[in-house]
Design a protein around this ligand. Structure first.
Ligand code: ADP
Ligand code: MG
Length: 695
């Protein structure tokens, strides 16, 4: 067995590998590119590419690819071999600096939201030296950004990198005010906790809904679901354990710091958490983690479901995005310090985040919006669609004391002056960890809990970084000229608390009374993807993104379209799958069962036997069949209407308002039929079969 330290990072062309293999001067250039955004000279790029190729060939690679993250939300790759023909009919293996730094995949089939129509079909990939090249399945993968001929970002990575630059710039201004002269840059850090389901491959293969959509579109509740909560942190079954071991090995080889694994609340649901790292690397790693989870599951006769809501009535899967800001000297800026100055700096960053979340609630909600995640948000399991910030009672009381100039402290009550007093200690991990909050402060980081399990974390962090950059910008603008610095900080924090305290909520986010209260506070409650996305192009959101150079206007307009287009396409596939399953599997099978019941009734009557069971069940089934058939017809014809709509906003709303209720109706009738139909006739595995098959 390989111990983790032996295999860790063995498939990564990391900084230490480069240090070992590259000439000193070239390595220095690479370091400048990684840490200070300098461009690599063509000569250095050639040296790096050649060494990267040598390293990859030693590890058995024959191909390379630019690995990128188009707006589909999954990663893309196109493999090219290293081979080049020579005059004498042989080949040499080559990989040039140009091939490393720039690629030109045919991009015509990636979503562009109209960006490409105005330019041309080609797309360009450009090496991102801040994320290391790695080997996957014998292919050297070079992480890249992806843009159009005109330079518009067609991917999720480019805006994320720009948002990191934006927050670096503004946070550095604030940091300098506190005299931290040793700090040369700041970066946000993320540790995403990933939830997933593992089910047996046999059950999966027998269900078209899982195959086409990743979730069950039909299925009556099993007698046992998650009521007993006996799965949460329960002993891990041997097959799952073997999967997890294999998964960890694969992730470690790629330098991914997978560390925590446990069973989740729902049967067959599990979680994996890595140790946090810089946001863009965490994003790349999370994409790889999802991909490798699926691949490794296959080796164990399992299927990994990453969908946000694979089973109705059973908890869905999310992704908790733990986020913080750190200096390059290793200081976590969301960690309260020991001196008044450190405390003031901490409070300023804390308030910057609170202000950002309050002012850009809609963008935060949009950043996690998808048809899949709409099943979770607002249902009684994930945070509600209303965004609020949990701070815990101690920190909230401290802020209240500052805001109102009221004395604080258990023993000696005194007025808290920011920058003068040391903050009273508050417990770092309060035991009443609020699991119902969408955005919770957990001692030295914020945990954004609304992300769906299948989504890339790029957008949520792009929004968070940029919104906080804007708060910091406003703070720096005010404080840079201040004569009395500590006084100015105190006043600033006080007034910002006053302005944004409405977003702070420490209670139960699932409570109906909170939704009412939130409305009174003027917080937004954007329940569905079309509701949320309708605010994407609001002026304040455009101003934010454009002023910090994270998106251009054209890039935002295109993403608005991609959002809704994806929503409609996904629902179209789901609805179409339901139509097919109802007409080809469910209705014919139930009809056959009805016939057998009718036959028994006739046969039994002949011998004078009682037929109460057959007659009553047949009656009930006939009723539900009628409902199901009607719902099937409605769904089919309304789908045609949906697809005729040209305006994508109108189309998305039609899916939301008409198609989803149609789908619900069809499901309701069919799920009733499932409970009445003999197991022998029911055409696919039930929830019970799917959820409890893995031992
Ligand atoms: P919990 O109390 O939620 O179990 P952990 O400390 O185990 O908290 O962290 C949960 C996740 O948060 C892990 O992925 C961890 O690496 C990440 N995390 C911890 N500190 C930070 C930080 N400063 N920035 C970003 N993520 C962090
Ligand atoms: Mg968790």
């Amino acid at each position: 067995m390989n111990s983790p330290d032996k295999i860790f990072g063995e498939n990564v062309f990391s900084e230490s590998v480069m240090k070992e293999r590259l000439p000193k001067e070239t390595f220095k250039e690479v370091e400048r590119a990684i840490h200070h955004g300098h461009r690599l000279s063509p000569e250095a790029a050639n040296v790096v590419a050649n060494e990267m190729k040598q390293w990859a060939i030693e590890k058995g690679c024959t191909h390379y690819t630019h690995w990128f993250q188009p707006m589909t939300g999954v990663t893309a790759e196109k493999h090219d071999s290293f081979i080049n023909p020579t005059d004498d009919g042989k080949i040499i293996l080559r990989f040039s600096g140009k091939e490393l730094t720039q690629g030109e995949p045919d991009a015509s089939s990636f979503p562009s939201g109209g960006l490409r129509a105005t330019f041309e079909a080609r797309g360009y990939t450009a090496w991102d030296p801040t994320s290391f090249a790695f080997i996957k399945e014998g292919v050297l993968c070079v992480p890249t950004a992806f843009c159009s001929y005109g330079g518009e970002a067609l991917d999720k990575k480019t805006p994320l990198l720009r948002s990191m630059e934006a927050i670096n710039k503004q946070a550095m201004r604030v940091i300098k005010l506190f005299g931290n002269d040793d700090v040369t840059s700041i970066a946000t850090t993320v540790g995403p906790e990933q939830e997933y389901f593992l089910i047996d491959e046999e059950g999966y293969k027998a269900r078209k809904d899982l195959i086409y959509t990743g979730r069950t579109l039909f299925g009556a509740a099993p007698p046992k679901g998650q009521q007993m909560e006996d799965h949460y942190f329960g002993a891990i079954k041997p097959r799952v354990q073997a999967f997890m071991k294999d998964l960890n090995d694969e992730l470690w080889k790629l330098g991914i710091l997978a560390t925590t694994e446990h069973n989740e609340v729902a049967p067959s649901q599990h979680e994996l958490a890595p140790i946090f790292t810089t946001t863009n690397i965490a994003t790349d790693h999370n994409q790889l983690t999802m991909e490798i989870m699926k691949k490794v599951a296959g080796r164990h006769g399992l299927v990994c479901l990453l969908h946000e809501k694979p089973f109705d009535g059973i908890n869905g899967s999310g992704k908790h995005n733990n986020w913080s800001i750190s200096t390059d000297t290793g200081v976590n800026l969301l960690e309260p310090g020991d001196t008044p100055y450190e405390n003031a700096q901490f409070l300023l960053f804390l308030i910057a985040v609170i202000k950002a979340v309050d002012e850009y609630q809609d963008l935060m909600r949009i950043s996690v919006a998808s048809a899949g995640n709409d099943h979770r948000l607002g249902a009684n399991e994930a945070p509600p669609a209303v965004i609020s910030v949990f701070l815990g009672s101690e920190l909230t009381e401290i802020l209240e004391a500052i805001e109102n100039d009221t004395p604080y402290g258990a023993k000696e009550k005194e007025l808290l002056k920011v920058g003068v007093h040391v903050l009273p200690k508050f417990p770092r991990d309060t035991t009443d960890r609020n699991r119902t909050s969408p955005f919770a402060f957990t001692g030295n980081k914020f945990e954004f809990r609304m992300l769906g399990s299948a989504a890339s974390i790029a957008l949520a962090n792009t929004v968070l970084n940029t919104a906080v950059a804007e708060s910091l910008k406003q703070f720096a603008d005010k404080l840079e000229g201040a004569e009395d610095f500590t006084g100015a900080i105190h006043d600033l924090i006080k007034s910002e608390i006053k302005d944004h305290k409405r977003i702070i909520f420490n209670g139960n986010g699932y409570d109906a009374s909170w939704i009412e209260e939130a409305e009174k506070r003027g917080l937004s409650n954007l329940k569905t993807t079309p509701d949320a996305v309708a605010h994407y192009l609001d002026k304040k959101n455009m101003d934010l993104m454009i002023s910090h150079k994270v998106y251009s206007e054209a890039e935002m307009v295109s993403r608005h379209e991609v959002f809704l287009d994806k929503y409609c396409k996904l629902l179209h596939i789901e609805a179409q799958t339901m139509v097919e399953m109802a007409s080809e599997d469910i209705l014919p099978q139930v009809s056959a069962y009805s016939t057998s019941l009718a036959d028994s009734i006739i046969a039994k009557k002949e011998v004078g036997a009682d037929t109460v069971f057959e007659s009553e069940i047949l009656g009930e089934i006939s009723g539900y069949m009628k409902d199901a058939y009607q719902a099937y017809k409605d769904l089919g014809s309304n789908l045609e209407t949906a697809e005729e709509k040209e305006d994508f906003v109108e189309k998305a709303n039609y899916y939301k308002d008409v198609i989803i209720p149609d789908m619900d109706n069809l499901r309701k009738a069919c799920d009733q039929l499932e409970t009445k139909t003999s197991a022998e006739y029911w055409p696919f595995p039930t929830y019970g079969d799917l959820l409890f098959a893995v031992r």
